[in-house]
Design a protein around this ligand. Structure first.
Ligand code: GLV
Ligand code: MN
Ligand code: MN
Length: 415
C-alpha cells in the first residue's frame, strides 16, 4: 500500500457536491449505443473510474491508498485502528446501469463533504472503499476484491482466472501497472476496520411499495454461479441424421428449462443469461456450449437442492444425447444476516420506522460480513430495474441516501 496523505480541508466542492461528482462519473465507460455501462475490471473504462476516484478523493482532501487486491481506499484521517468504512464498487455488468455500485461511492464522498461542511470532526478514521470486480463480469468470480481481501479466494487461483479472451487477472493487473504478486488477504487492513456500511440502489421495488426513500438491509439470500460446459461433436446441419448427432445445444436447452422449473417449485430464482456456442456457425451442429447458471434461494438447503436438481437434469440430458458435461462452481456466497447490533444502530439513527428488507443481490458487504460488522442502506428504485441501462433513482432519493449515510457515519465515528 502506498498511502498519499490528504489535505485537512475539502477542496473545490460546494453544496452541489453529489451532483458534481455524479455528473463527472456518468460519461466514463458508457456505451453510446445502448446507454449502458461496460466498466469491466482493469479495462480502460474501469481504470478511468479509478482515476475519477483518486482525483475526487484528493480534491475532497482525503488521503488515497490501494490495497494489494486493487481495491481503492480514500481516508478521512490517517488509516488506522477503529476505522469506519463505507463505499461500494465502480465496475459494472455488461450494459449495467449508472447506479449499481457508483451510487455508494459517490454518496460516500458526498456524505463526507456534507459532514465537513457541518464542522463534524470524526473521532475515528473514515474510509471510502471501491472494491474491484464486484460483478465478476470479467473474471467470473463475484466480489473478487473483497473475497481476496478476506481470504475467501485463493490468490494463486485468482491470478489464473481468465476473461473471455483468455487474458488472466495477473496479466490484466500487470497491464494496468499493478503487481499481482500482492494479491491475498490483508489482515492488518481488516483489523483496522470496525464496521463497513455500504449504500446501494435497491434492486427491487420494496421501498417503492412502502413509500420510503431509504431502507436498511436485513440480509442477503445465499447465491452463486456455476459454469456448465456441454461438449458434443461439430457436424453438418444439412447432412447429419438427427439420430447420429451429439448436439450440446439440446441438453443445454433442457438445463435452462429445468432451472426455471426448479426455481418456480422451490420459491427461488434461477437465471441462465450468459451462453456461448462453438464454433458458432448457423449451418452446423455445435461442438460445445458453455452456459452460466445463476441461482439464489431464501436458504442454503434450498439453494443446494435447486442446483443439484438442475445438475441432475443436465447430466441426464447430456447422457441421452451422447454429450459430455463438466460443471464448475465459480462463486458462492452463503446466507448473510447483517450484524444485528449495527443494524440496530442504523435504525436508531434513521428512525425505528425505517424499512428493513432482505435482498437476493450480492454485495461486498455480504463478503465482509464474515470478518467484521457490516450493514447496508438501500435507496429507493421506483421501477426496481437493475443490471440494465434503465436502472434509475430520483435525485431527491439520492440526496436522502447521502443524508442517511452522513448521519450513520457521524454516529459511528463519534465514539
Ligand atoms: C450483483 O449485483 C449480483 O447480485 O450478482
Ligand atoms: Mn450488480
Ligand atoms: Mn452492486
Amino acid at each position: 500500500m502506498k498511502f498519499e496523505d490528504g489535505e485537512s480541508e475539502a477542496g473545490v466542492f460546494g453544496p452541489g457536491v453529489f451532483e458534481t461528482l455524479w455528473e463527472s462519473l456518468l460519461p466514463v465507460g458508457r456505451d453510446a449505443g445502448t446507454g449502458g455501462y461496460r466498466r469491466y475490471s482493469w479495462t480502460e473504462a474501469e481504470v478511468g473510474c479509478r482515476a475519477w476516484f483518486a482525483r475526487n478523493a484528493t480534491e475532497l482532501g482525503l488521503g488515497t491508498d490501494y490495497d494489494g487486491n486493487g481495491n481503492l481506499w480514500a481516508w478521512w484521517g490517517r488509516p488506522g485502528p477503529g476505522a469506519i468504512a463505507t463505499g461500494s464498487h465502480l465496475d459494472s455488468v455488461p450494459d449495467g446501469g449508472a447506479f449499481d455500485g457508483p451510487l455508494g461511492v459517490v454518496s460516500a464522498f458526498a456524505a463526507i463533504a456534507q459532514l465537513r461542511e457541518q464542522g463534524f470532526r470524526p473521532a475515528r478514521p473514515i474510509a471510502v472503499a471501491a472494491f474491484t470486480e464486484e460483478e465478476g463480469a470479467r473474471f467470473g468470480v463475484a466480489c473478487l476484491g473483497s473475497r481476496l481481501l478476506t481470504g475467501a479466494v485463493d490468490p494463486d487461483t485468482a491470478r489464473e482466472l481468465r476473461d473471455s479472451d483468455g487474458v488472466s487477472l495477473a496479466e490484466a493487473m500487470q497491464a494496468a501497472g499493478r503487481d499481482p504478486a500482492l494479491l491475498g488477504p490483508d489482515e492488518d487492513l481488516l483489523a483496522s476496520l470496525d464496521a463497513y456500511v455500504e449504500l446501494h440502489i435497491e434492486q427491487g421495488r420494496a421501498l417503492a411499495g412502502l413509500d420510503a426513500a431509504v431502507g436498511i438491509a436485513e440480509g442477503i439470500w445465499p447465491h452463486g454461479r456455476w459454469r456448465l460446459e456441454f461438449t458434443g461433436r461439430a457436424d453438418h446441419a444439412g447432412t447429419t441424421r438427427l439420430a447420429d448427432r451429439h448436439d450440446p445445444m439440446l441438453p443445454y436447452a433442457t438445463m435452462v428449462l429445468a432451472a426455471r422449473e426448479a426455481a418456480t417449485r422451490h420459491g427461488a430464482l434461477a437465471t441462465v443469461s450468459k451462453v456461448t456456442a462453438e464454433p458458432g456457425g448457423a449451418n452446423g451442429v455445435s461442438s460445445a456450449v458453455r452456459a452460466w447458471l445463476d441461482a439464489r434461494a431464501p436458504d442454503e438447503a434450498t439453494l443446494g437442492l435447486l442446483v443439484d436438481e438442475v445438475g441432475a437434469a443436465a447430466r441426464a440430458a447430456a447422457e441421452q444425447h451422447g454429450v459430455g458435461l463438466g460443471i464448475r462452481r465459480e462463486s458462492v456466497t452463503p446466507l448473510v444476516s447483517f450484524d444485528p447490533g449495527l443494524r440496530g444502530r442504523l435504525s436508531a439513527v434513521l428512525g425505528a420506522d425505517t424499512p428493513v428488507l432482505p435482498t437476493g443481490a450480492g454485495h461486498d458487504a455480504g463478503v465482509l460480513a464474515a470478518r467484521l460488522p457490516t450493514a447496508m442502506l438501500f435507496v429507493r428504485n421506483p421501477t426496481g430495474v437493475s443490471h440494465s441501462p434503465a436502472e434509475f433513482a430520483d435525485a431527491a432519493d439520492c440526496q436522502a441516501g447521502v443524508a442517511a449515510l452522513a448521519a450513520v457515519l457521524a454516529s459511528l465515528a463519534s465514539d
